[in-house]
Design a protein around this ligand. Structure first.
Ligand SMILES: [Zn+2]
Length: 144
């Protein structure tokens, strides 16, 4: 049986989806979305209803298209074009806040100039700061 591929570009990365919304976005059953969560799709289950970040959906389906996704060492981020972990170009890393507790780190792949995204938990922030030092800059928040 051929494995169905799901389009990583469907979800809007700046919004979040309930299980129902994610299911209708991908035209699959809710059970399929729950199976994705079991297979490693991150979900914010401290919320009711449970929310899935669009960014996570995109990354999850991108990840499923690559074979044997390699683990990033500290400081590395995964480049989906090179399909390998890379150190950010020029050690420059920017972050966006996704939720109060989750940051999205953004950097550029030194080899193909693709934007690399990595989600970090606020709890890991110290670690991130230690790795990237003062090169981490905020690109968030233009709410005024
Ligand atoms: Zn690359």
């Amino acid at each position: 049986m051929k494995k169905r591929l799901h389009n990583p570009n469907l979800p809007k990365i700046h919004r979040s989806y309930t299980v129902e919304e994610a299911a209708s976005l991908y035209k699959v059953f809710k059970g399929t979305v729950r199976a994705w969560i079991k297979a490693g799709l991150p979900a914010l289950d401290d919320k009711r209803p449970m929310l899935i970040l669009g960014l996570d959906l995109a990354v999850f389906h991108q990840g499923r298209r690559t074979i044997n996704k390699q683990k990033c060492k500290p400081g590395e981020m995964y480049c989906f074009r090179c399909r390998t972990p890379k150190l950010p170009d020029g050690d420059m890393v920017e972050y966006q806040t996704v939720t109060e507790k989750i940051w999205n780190l953004v950097a550029i792949c030194p080899d193909c100039c693709t934007i690399m995204n990595q989600r970090v938990n606020l709890a890991k922030l110290d670690q991130v700061r230690r790795i990237y030092g003062y090169n981490v800059t905020a690109i968030t928040a233009t709410h005024s």
